[in-house]
Design a protein around this ligand. Structure first.
Ligand SMILES: N[C@@H](CCC[C@H](N)C(=O)O)C(=O)O
Length: 282
């Protein structure tokens, strides 16, 4: 049997698998099957806990979207990862160094159970996102099929994000523009698409259409992306409450050269197991 835990961060849900104590080799099709909410277990992302290859880092963290594609960063996943390795007794540390495909992040489990994560520095250079543009700008006007030009900001939080301002997230056409933007030709690795409504300089509302998973109830890196691009546009303060459909995150970007800090909950839902014989049929 393959053991897993089901966890979530503000409803952005994960299958978390210990690949240190279990020998885990999953194909893209098997991950897609496990993520499927009707035929499998159901999740937005599947997270693998592995040993790090470097001595000064505690764990390696691999992330797969529901479509089976491996990606390099996940904010809500980082908080769940930290709670998982701590609660399963894989570490006794409160601050954990975690290697991801886009660098090392440092989640800290707080006394109240929330997790605060040093998410690293945002990268705005188009080639880092990657986004096709002649030079770096705070915002860009892009052609979106079926719509007039759309103004976006783009940033890498270890994964690619496009953020647009909307008057009201409740009426924003996330399910229509989201998929078109996700596969926009100017984002060669596709993109996570954020729809940000300003409430005041310290509060935003946000919905995110995630690359490879569709709209989720919350996206941690999406919240970081919205806040840093909002600060660059002169719209937001340095500490912002981000209100997502699944709940709230606190995001802070102390200055242009600093890391972005994210604080929020991570919840364990249940433990389960699935037979390898079932997965072998996929
Ligand atoms: N849910 C995540 C982001 C997961 C990865 C993303 N869909 C991508 O493809 O980059 C978060 O909380 O940040």
């Amino acid at each position: 049997m393959l053991k897993f835990s089901k966890m979530h961060g503000l409803g952005n849900d994960f299958i978390v698998i210990d690949a240190i104590q279990q020998n885990v080799q999953l194909s893209t099709e098997q991950i897609r099957f496990m993520a499927d909410r009707h035929f499998g277990i159901g999740c937005d992302q599947l997270l693998l806990v592995e040993k790090s290859t470097s001595a000064d880092v505690d764990f390696r963290y691999r992330i797969f979207n529901a479509d089976g594609g491996e990606v390099s960063q996940c904010g809500n996943g980082a908080r769940c990862f930290a709670r998982y390795v701590h609660d399963q007794g894989l570490t006794t540390k409160e601050t954990i160094a975690v290697e991801t495909a886009s660098g090392v992040i440092y989640p800290t489990i707080q006394a109240d159970g929330n997790v605060r994560v040093d998410m690293g520095k945002p990268a705005f250079a188009p080639e880092k996102v990657p986004f096709m543009a002649e030079s770096e700008a705070v915002t860009y006007l892009i052609d979106v099929q079926g719509y007039d030009k759309v103004e976006i900001a783009s940033v890498s939080m270890g994964n690619p994000h496009a953020v647009m301002l909307v008057d009201d997230v409740d009426t924003a056409v996330v399910e229509k523009i989201g998929p078109v933007m996700e596969s926009h030709e100017r984002f060669p690795e596709r993109v996570n698409v954020g729809f940000m409504q300003l409430v005041n300089s310290e509060t935003i509302r946000l919905r995110v259409f995630e690359r490879g998973s569709g709209e989720t109830t919350a996206c941690g890196t999406g919240a970081c992306a919205a806040v840093v691009t909002g600060i660059r546009r002169g719209l937001l303060a340095r500490d912002v409450t981000v209100s997502l459909p699944g709940g709230q995150l606190q995001i802070s970007w102390p200055d242009e050269n600093a890391s972005v800090w994210m604080t929020g909950p991570a919840e364990h839902v249940f433990d389960g197991e699935i037979a390898w014989s079932t997965l072998q049929q996929i």
